[in-house]
Design a binder for this molecule. Structure first.
Ligand SMILES: [Fe+2]
Length: 183
């Protein structure tokens, strides 16, 4: 599966532009994590890029979200490892996070929301001037971007990254595609 095929499929199945941007941001962080951990960064990136492809198709039904996504990914040629990460990133299914890829996707997913929210409260609403330490400060504010599950983000420790490093890596990765994210 090529990146182009995955992105075409994502765009064909997702109307919400912000959801597409969320998947692009997740891809960027997953690529950076793959590199950092010496894993297959292309496979990790594509897992991030496709992980929420079924959100609109399942109409937010959390009993289905992830299952359909994993099937669609497999149709496109995703590996079993990728499909597993996609299905278990929705922990409603009760499927344990097993591999490094599972855990990476699970913690990268909410980090995109925290970083995006931290950029949007800046006067310029841009990522460029946002510093990692500001994101860390926002992380500690419970009411800020409450949808970005802090415990989930902290799972980065399970793949060997401290929170500070994870935030720094995620921010850098998203800054590199700021134009695509409109941030
Ligand atoms: Fe997501």
């Amino acid at each position: 599966m090529t990146r182009e095929e995955v992105l075409d499929s994502v765009k064909a199945n997702v109307e919400n532009d912000n959801l597409v941007k969320h998947m692009l941001a997740t891809e960027a962080i997953m690529r950076a994590l793959g590199k950092r951990l010496g894993e297959d960064d292309e496979e990790w990136g594509l897992t991030g890029l496709i992980h929420d492809i079924d959100v609109e198709l399942t109409d937010g039904d959390m009993r289905e979200h992830g299952k359909l996504g994993a099937d669609l990914a497999k149709e496109l040629g995703a590996s079993e490892e990728m499909a597993h990460a996609i299905i278990c990133h929705n922990q409603e299914h009760g499927i344990p996070l097993e591999t490094q890829l599972d855990k990476a996707l699970y913690c990268a997913d909410p980090l995109t929301g925290l970083i995006t929210a931290a950029a949007l409260v800046r006067p310029d609403k841009k990522l460029a001037g946002l510093e990692a330490k500001s994101v860390t400060k926002r992380f500690k504010e419970k009411g800020f971007a409450a949808g970005a599950d802090r415990q989930q983000i902290l799972m980065c420790s399970e793949i060997g990254l401290e929170l500070d490093e994870f935030i720094e890596l995620g921010l850098k990765a998203m800054k590199a595609i700021a134009d695509d994210l409109g941030l």
